[in-house]
Ligand binder design. Structure first.
Ligand SMILES: N[C@@H](CCC(=O)N[C@@H](CS)C(=O)NCC(=O)O)C(=O)O
Length: 501
């Protein structure tokens, strides 16, 4: 396996981490502390005599140069669109941008980063003459990039990301704080926003900000009503409410899908509070979720055996919910296993809904209308009788390994009044469904439970018939900025249930 030597906060290291994550390359990590100067140590210089990070090792191969590491990792993957081995023209084009970045772009952006970010971090003054001297060169280079991006589509070498995007975007990774003058380059701004939407990019932003913008993170991270509780900042995908225009998502190719308003178009940085200090106090009827002990006897190597999960695991969930909430009857109607294998799948390209990537949209699975409809679909004979009494839908979210990345966050129902929710219409080939998405509010209180172990679970409410109790909980997986870059992928099972009282 590839071994990386790096510090996730530097441009060239972050580039490698984001690129390797995008490629799905596994690696181990040796942290070389850049600000402690460990890259200059005699020990590290045996690996990289240039005394720079990153470096990589694969058996007897030692590689330096971030772009060479990306190329090697892509080649190990075989023919990948991110760095095709057969389409030689596209590959040459990507190579061209990798060389352009390393030879001229990095050094130009770096001057802005040093003056406006690194020096203030070291309590030194930015030297305006250095910026003024560099500006003509920066604009010459940015114009070249702008010209290319005006023609190339969403990304630098076409409609999908390639290694070139990771390489060329990396020197710009703190472009606001570095005050890169991008105003006159609309295509460049559109492109960097596209890169910033990529999960592999977002995942690797946290360590950069933590090391280089500590004040921003601290002021963002510890504000709010929760005093000194541990908190993180993360970008959450809310949805703009366009009033009369429906918000929709198509799960199949349809010409109408070109014109729709899709969810998740309103990302906001939010503060997420670690709820462990009061984990026992959350309630499904007040905040809308609870943390429970849940030690399962289910064999850890049989999660992909659907029948066995139905026969042996569902009954454990039924028992748990009956005991905890006093439900008279519990119907478990589906489950979703989320593992690394499924991460590459797009939300709308899912053929098997029981195996999916973590959802990064603030949503709630049911609406006031779709909850009862689901009861009627699943239990047509008894529905009228059952719906005359209290009914609640609970999702049971249980880690299958310790959660080191992509934790689940819940929006406290006490901070999210009903008008914060509106409908997302789900279009399948043979039917339509609906769930709720949420419009942004700065009042939202978000909670998460980092490093949760498999002996616990989160139970969250996705529908409730009793309007005096918490009814719908907005939730989403998110990129935890404190996750280690080599954190094992989160694996979890989410079981959807209906409790009848
Ligand atoms: N061209 C090299 C540049 C590597 C480089 O300059 N790395 C910086 C961090 S981004 C470094 O280690 N600098 C050493 C230092 O400033 O002491 C690459 O792409 O890997």
């Amino acid at each position: 396996m590839l071994k990386l030597y790096l510090d996730p906060c530097t441009i060239n290291c972050r580039k490698v981490l984001a690129g390797l994550d995008y490629l799905g390359t596994e690696f181990t990590l040796d942290h070389i502390d850049f600000f402690k100067g460990q890259q200059k140590s005699e020990e590290f210089k045996k690996i990289n005599p240039c005394a720079t990070v990153p470096a990589a090792k694969d058996g007897d191969l030692i590689l330096t140069e971030s772009n060479a590491i990306l190329q090697y990792a892509a080649d190990l993957k075989g023919d990948t669109p991110a760095y095709p081995s057969k389409d030689l023209k596209k590959r040459a084009d990507i190579n061209r941008w990798l060389l352009w970045e390393a030879s001229v772009w990095f050094s130009s952006c770096y001057i802005y980063l040093v003056e406006y970010v690194v020096k203030p971090l070291m309590s030194a003054q930015a030297d305006q003459t250095k910026i003024d001297e560099e500006a003509p060169n920066f604009h010459k280079l940015a114009s070249i990039l702008e010209g290319r991006l005006a023609e190339s589509g969403k990304f630098l070498c076409g409609s999908e990301p390639t290694l070139a995007d990771f390489a060329v975007a990396a020197p710009m990774h703190l472009h606001e704080a570095s005050r890169l003058p991008l105003d006159q380059y609309p295509s460049l701004r559109r492109w960097i926003a596209n890169v910033e939407q990529l999960p592999s990019w977002r995942k690797t932003q946290g360590p950069v900000e933590k090391a280089l913008l500590p004040e921003k993170r601290q002021s963002n991270g510890s504000s709010g009503a929760n005093g000194s509780a541990h908190q993180v900042r993360a970008d959450f995908n809310y949805t703009r409410d366009l009033g009369d225009k429906l918000t929709e998502l198509y799960f199949y190719e349809d010409p109408r899908s070109e014109l729709i308003h899709e969810p998740g178009d309103d990302a906001h940085a939010v503060t997420v509070t670690d709820g462990w200090h009061r984990a026992d106090s959350f309630s499904v009827d007040k905040e809308g979720f609870a943390v429970l002990n849940f030690t399962s006897h289910y064999p850890s190597d049989r999660w992909h055996d659907e029948d066995h999960v139905h026969d042996s695991f569902y009954p454990e969930v039924v028992e748990l919910l009956k005991q905890e909430f006093g439900a008279k009857r519990v119907l478990v109607f589906d489950h979703t296993i989320r593992t690394k294998v499924n991460v590459a799948k797009k939300l709308t390209q899912e053929t098997n809904t029981s195996q999916r990537a973590p959802v990064r949209l603030v949503h709630c699975d049911y609406t006031a209308e779709s909850g009862p409809i689901r009861v009627k679909q699943l239990l047509p004979e008894e529905a009228n009788d059952l719906l005359a009494r209290r009914v609640a839908f609970f999702n049971v979210w249980k880690p299958l390994n310790k959660v080191e990345e992509q934790p689940l966050a819940m929006c406290d129902v006490t901070s999210s009044p009903p008008d914060n929710y509106f409908k997302l219409h789900l279009r399948y080939r043979d039917r339509s469904g609906e769930n709720y998405v949420m419009r942004y509010s700065p009042e939202h209180k978000w909670w998460y439970f980092p490093h949760m172990e498999p002996d616990k679970c989160i139970v969250l409410k996705t529908y409730e018939s009793d309007t005096d109790r918490a009814r719908f909980v907005g939730h989403t997986a998110f990129d935890d900025p404190e996750s280690r870059p080599d954190a094992p992928a989160r694996q979890s099972i989410e079981i959807r249930t209906i409790c009848f009282f």
